[in-house]
Design a protein around this ligand. Structure first.
Ligand SMILES: *[C@@H]1O[C@H](CO)[C@@H](O)[C@H](O)[C@H]1NC(C)=O
Ligand SMILES: *[C@@H]1O[C@H](CO)[C@@H](O)[C@H](O)[C@H]1NC(C)=O
Ligand SMILES: *[C@@H]1O[C@H](CO)[C@@H](O)[C@H](O)[C@H]1NC(C)=O
Ligand SMILES: *[C@@H]1O[C@H](CO)[C@@H](O)[C@H](O)[C@H]1NC(C)=O
Ligand SMILES: *[C@@H]1O[C@H](CO)[C@@H](O)[C@H](O)[C@H]1NC(C)=O
Ligand SMILES: *[C@@H]1O[C@H](CO)[C@@H](O)[C@H](O)[C@H]1NC(C)=O
Length: 449
């Protein structure tokens, strides 16, 4: 039966597509096919109701081919594919839309290389090389990390860290292909990874420090005209948290029907910038009076791209959609029994080290991925790692599942739970016989991944 077969095929596609319901900064993100999202140094453009994410995957040694994902909700991302294999080693790819064509610009050997899509959509795996590699007008500076900005006039601008020590802003010429135009501004800031947006008539620029793949305190700058004068830099998060373990990649503005939201798109790099790196996306609050930008440190959040509204899931709220049935046992130290509410806000199962574990039993699962948030602190973040094991399976360090592990007291990770009752074992291991302890306050289990 032809119809029957078609429906069965559709049903199997629907059941295997992974739907994601939260943005979880620092966690390993999975695309709709179940593969890890590899989209470092990227940039997002909205076309109608679809978002396109241009980026670099860092697999295949040093051959960083530009990569594209698409989404309608900023949470479920489908892999469109590698935009082109015509260039290798393209860093920080960015989309530019001009004259009805879609381009990807990225840096190859510190020059700009241009790829053009064959049709009128950015979602293509058949981009081809066009034009010649470019240096920065007017004085042919080379540059490192780049960004693009589209003003509300529709004009495109090129953002770069020129000769390593100056932020430089250039026009983008709207020819075929596009080229880098005249210089608009030159700030002597030795910063990189620029991203820009405009809010209430003021331009805001966010840049990271020049620390390689190590997180640093990113700064914001503002001006009422692109040519400047530009303000001095101010921190967008407390200095000590190093932009919540990340570096700026780009900014995204969602102009919704009820509000406009500003989003910091950061990379939570691993030490070598490999595909073990994750993403730190956080809402930005904009002070229209002081022009100070502040990242909202949310562990789990959602955005409605239609209304622009952001919902946060705050760390001390009891947000179990499925409550624990009051079963928490422990081993290796005095047993503690919690009910579900206590497990979240109550006493700490303190002092967990390699001699002890905490086991949560009867955790209800749906035979699928679930976000499980571990709420814990550690005595020394560089001295060890907390780990989890599901149903006696392999022990996985939490830092492999979320780059925020140890640094923040709420660490959501995606775990596959079987249908029915599951057992989660939480423990802690010192790196080398050191004095490492985790203090677990509780866990939160979400119905949805
Ligand atoms: C994305 O995930 C949400 C929440 O699970 C789901 O309702 C929605 O249908 C998904 N969207 C897509 C395009 O898969
Ligand atoms: C600790 O809890 C486990 C599991 O419920 C139980 O078997 C054990 O007897 C308890 N230990 C103590 C010292 O109460
Ligand atoms: C774990 O903590 C207990 C209680 O403080 C301590 O007796 C034990 O030596 C610690 N184990 C390790 C491996 O450090
Ligand atoms: C803690 O749990 C892990 C993973 O299940 C296990 O490998 C380890 O032996 C346990 N440690 C203790 C002290 O029970
Ligand atoms: C934290 O752990 C690291 C690595 O084991 C160690 O070098 C450092 O001294 C520790 N810091 C404190 C304050 O104990
Ligand atoms: C997990 O973390 C511990 C403590 O830092 C470390 O010794 C161990 O090598 C890590 N395991 C893996 C698989 O990375």
């Amino acid at each position: 039966m032809k119809f029957g077969a078609t429906f069965a095929l559709l049903a199997s596609f629907i059941s295997t597509a992974l739907a994601v319901s939260f943005i979880i900064p620092g966690a390993v993100w999975i695309d709709t096919s179940g593969a890890k999202i590899l989209a470092h140094g990227g940039h997002i453009m909205q076309v109608g109701s679809t978002f396109y994410w241009a980026s670099s995957p860092y697999y295949q040694g040093n051959e960083y081919d530009p990569n594209i994902y698409s989404s309608t909700d900023l949470m479920n991302w489908s892999h469109v594919g590698i935009a082109s294999t015509a260039v290798a080693g393209m860093y920080r790819p960015k989309f530019v839309s001009s004259g009805g064509k879609w381009y990807i610009w990225g840096q190859v050997n510190r020059e700009i290389v241009t790829l053009v899509a064959p049709g009128t959509t950015p979602a293509s795996t058949a981009y081809t090389l066009t034009g010649s590699p470019q240096l920065l007008p007017p004085d042919a500076r080379s540059f490192s990390d780049m960004g693009v900005f589209v003003d509300d006039t529709g004009s495109n601008y090129f953002l770069s860290s020129a000769d390593s020590n100056n932020f430089q802003l250039n026009n983008i010429n709207a020819g075929t292909p596009i080229t880098i135009g005249t210089r608009v501004a030159d700030i002597g800031a030795a910063m990189e990874g620029p991203g820009m947006f405009k809010a209430s008539g003021v331009y805001y620029l966010i840049m990271s420090e020049k620390t390689g793949y190590r997180a640093d305190p990113d700064k914001s700058y503002w001006a009422t005209a692109l040519a400047g004068p530009w303000s001095a830099g101010t921190d967008i998060a407390p200095e000590a948290v190093n932009t919540y373990n990340s570096q700026n990649s780009a900014e995204l503005v969602i102009t919704g029907t009820s509000t406009t939201s500003y989003i910091f798109l950061g990379d939570a790099w691993d030490a070598d910038g490999t595909d073990a790196s994750n993403y730190e996306w956080l809402p930005i609050s904009v002070s229209t009076s002081t022009h100070i930008l502040t990242l909202q440190n949310l562990a789990m959040w959602t955005i409605n791209p239609g209304t622009g509204k952001i919902r946060s899931y705050c760390r001390l709220e009891i947000i179990l959609k499925t409550r624990l049935p009051g079963v928490v046992s422990s081993s290796g130290f005095a047993n503690t029994t919690f009910n579900a509410a206590d497990a979240i806000i109550g006493g700490s199962a303190g002092g967990i080290n390699s001699s002890s574990n905490v086991t949560f039993t009867n955790i209800p699962g749906r035979g699928d991925k679930h976000w499980v948030s571990f709420q814990y602190t550690v005595n020394n973040v560089t001295a060890g790692d907390a780990h989890v094991s599901v149903n006696g399976g392999p022990t996985i360090n939490l830092s492999e599942l979320n780059s925020r592990a140890g640094h923040y007291s709420t660490v959501p990770v995606a775990l596959s739970l079987k249908e029915g009752a599951n057992t989660l074992t939480f423990g802690a291991t010192a790196t080398d016989d050191g004095d490492f302890e985790a203090h677990l306050e509780g866990i939160q289990i979400f119905d949805n991944y």
